[in-house]
Every structure is written in structure tokens, then in C-alpha cells.
Design a protein around this ligand. Structure first.
Ligand code: FES
Length: 321
């Protein structure tokens, strides 16, 4: 079984995140948002099935702590799936979704793998969680639909805890440092179609669905100020903390929470083209937000980026809600 190098997975995740962002930028309209919610619900079902496969293994569930935490993942996904489904149904006019045959078969084969080989199952689960949250993170920061953005934000907030739970279980099964282990090619190729299958550019944006007002640009800094300070944190909208950094003659705006364990990035420092978090030294590319070096435990993810413009030496940022 060939292993996928760590950088390949990061590369794939970065591409996935960027393509979701691009998709939201095109303002997919109500049909596009319906498709997004359907896709995410299917992915969450994958997560639930994989955890269930793990719960069926006595050698893993002999540990009360892991047993309890795995149960917590299933409970949370199930209850939140119904809650989100309810909110999405009301706001998007959905009336039920079903798993098509091809995806049901793919899901079965993924769960079958997990049941037969629990270590691979846990690695699959870990990868599934990453992809589920990658889409939610993009939606939380880019969706031009308040309901979707809020639902996505709620889901995104769980990711760190869930991945930790799976890491604990992997270590319990003797897979040391799962964050550096790489993913088996076979598992990777089974999961990717499920997560990319649905992913196509939206049709024409105007499908008669409800529209939100375009969000406002907010003045956050001046270029001179940024040049002097090196970076700046600004609060945009009601409560969003945005980190502003000068890059290649322009300015980039990122979520100010580190994607590792949410330390504030404005406490960190910039060295050349790298932004380094003081928490555990995760290192990001200041131009793109992608991860250059993972922290000294666990892992970081690509930084969510905000829309930014510079006019007459003044920097403006726009957040979706
Ligand atoms: S919180 Fe940033 S590296 Fe850990």
C-alpha cells in the first residue's frame, strides 16, 4: 500500500478550500446553497458511519475515555445534522434529500474498510472530518447567505475537538503521531470521490431565491500604519477579529484565530514571508494563508481569508455577515 506524502494531503486540502471559496465567490444562488447543504449532510453521514464502525471494536472501546468521546462525536453530528437540516429546510425551502445509488455504494465501501481494519478506519475518519470542516470553514467566511454562514460556523467550531478525539484513538491503537503519518492511497481514493462528486460550478446565480444585501466594506487601517506596525488586528462586523498583513505591495486579511488551537495570531510574528503563531509555532505563508510548518503537536489548517481592498492608501475589509 503506497502512502501519500503529507504535503500531498495539505496540497489537496488547500485546493479544496480554495475551490470552495471560488464557488462561494460566484454567489451560487439558492439552488447552489441547497446543493452545498446536501453535500455536507452526506459527508456528515460518512463521519457518523465511520465512528459507528469504530464503536463496534471492543479492543478500542475497552478504553472508557475513547468510548465516551466517540459517542460524543456521533451524538453531536446526529443531533446537529437534524438541527441544521431543520434550519436549512426553512431558509432554503428544502424538502428532503436522499443518497443516490452511487454515493450509497461508495459510503458502504468506506464503512466496510473501516470495519475490517480499524486503524485504516480511524485514518479515514480523520480525513473525512478534515474535508467536512474544510467546506464548512469556506462557507462560514464566504457564503453570502446568513443562514448557511451561521450553520457552517457552528459546525466549524467543533473541528479541533473532534480531530483530537480521533488522534487519541489512533494513538491508543498504536499509530504514533497520526498527524504526520500520511494517508493510505487506497483510503484517500475512496473518500475523495464522495467529497468531490457533487462539486461543480453553480448554475446561473439568479434562480429567484431570496437575496441578501451585499456586505459593507469597512475601513480598518492605512497602508502607512501597516508598514510601520508590520501587522494589525481589527474587529470587523460585530465581533470578527481580522489580521491585516502587508503582502507584495498589497494587503491580506486573515481570520485572527490560529487554525491549530485558536491562539490570536496578532500575538505572533512575521519573518520574511512567514507568519508564525506564538502558541505552538505553526507557520503560515502570509501571501496565501497556507500552512508551511505544522505546530509542535497536532496540526494547523489553511487560514480563512477575507476580502480586502486598498483605495487611496486606506485598507477596507468586507466580511459576509
Ligand atoms: S495555537 Fe497556533 S500553533 Fe498552536
Amino acid at each position: 500500500m503506497s502512502q501519500i506524502p503529507r504535503e500531498k494531503i495539505d496540497e489537496f486540502e488547500f485546493a479544496l478550500y480554495e475551490s470552495w471559496v471560488e464557488w462561494f465567490r460566484r454567489e451560487p444562488g439558492i439552488n447552489g446553497y441547497r446543493r452545498f447543504i446536501n453535500q455536507k449532510l452526506v459527508e456528515e453521514m460518512t463521519v457518523i458511519q465511520l465512528v459507528r464502525a469504530a464503536i463496534g471494536r471492543p479492543e478500542l472501546m475497552g478504553d472508557p475515555d475513547i468510548y465516551h468521546k466517540m459517542g460524543w462525536i456521533v451524538d453531536w453530528h446526529e443531533s446537529s445534522l437534524y438541527r441544521r437540516w431543520f434550519v436549512a429546510s426553512r431558509s432554503l425551502g428544502l424538502n428532503g434529500y436522499k443518497l443516490d445509488k452511487k454515493r450509497a455504494e461508495l459510503l458502504d465501501s468506506v464503512v466496510g474498510t473501516a470495519k475490517g481494519d480499524i486503524k485504516r478506519g480511524l485514518l479515514l475518519l480523520r480525513t473525512a472530518l478534515k474535508y467536512v470542516h474544510t467546506g464548512y470553514r469556506a462557507a462560514a467566511y464566504w457564503a453570502n447567505n446568513r443562514h448557511i454562514a451561521q450553520l457552517a460556523y457552528m459546525a466549524y467550531m467543533r473541528e479541533e475537538d473532534e480531530i483530537k478525539v480521533v488522534d487519541d484513538a489512533l494513538q491508543f491503537m498504536g499509530v504514533a503521531r497520526p498527524d504526520r503519518a500520511g494517508m493510505d492511497m487506497l483510503d484517500f481514493n475512496t473518500l475523495v470521490p464522495i467529497f468531490f462528486d457533487f462539486f461543480q460550478p453553480p448554475e446561473a446565480a439568479d434562480d429567484g431565491g431570496p437575496k441578501l444585501e451585499a456586505p459593507e466594506w469597512e475601513r480598518v487601517a492605512t497602508v502607512d500604519e501597516l508598514r510601520q506596525l508590520g501587522k494589525k488586528m481589527a474587529v470587523v462586523g460585530l465581533w470578527r477579529e481580522v489580521l491585516l498583513v502587508p503582502v507584495d505591495g498589497g494587503v491580506a486579511a486573515y481570520e485572527n484565530w490560529c487554525t491549530h488551537e485558536r491562539d490570536p495570531l496578532h500575538y505572533g510574528y512575521i519573518q520574511g514571508k512567514q507568519l508564525i503563531c506564538l502558541g505552538h509555532h505553526a507557520t503560515f505563508d502570509v501571501r496565501t494563508g497556507r500552512v508551511i510548518l505544522h505546530p509542535n503537536h497536532g496540526e494547523a489548517r489553511v487560514l480563512p481569508k477575507y476580502q480586502v481592498k486598498v483605495e487611496g492608501g486606506v485598507v477596507y475589509v468586507r466580511v459576509p455577515w
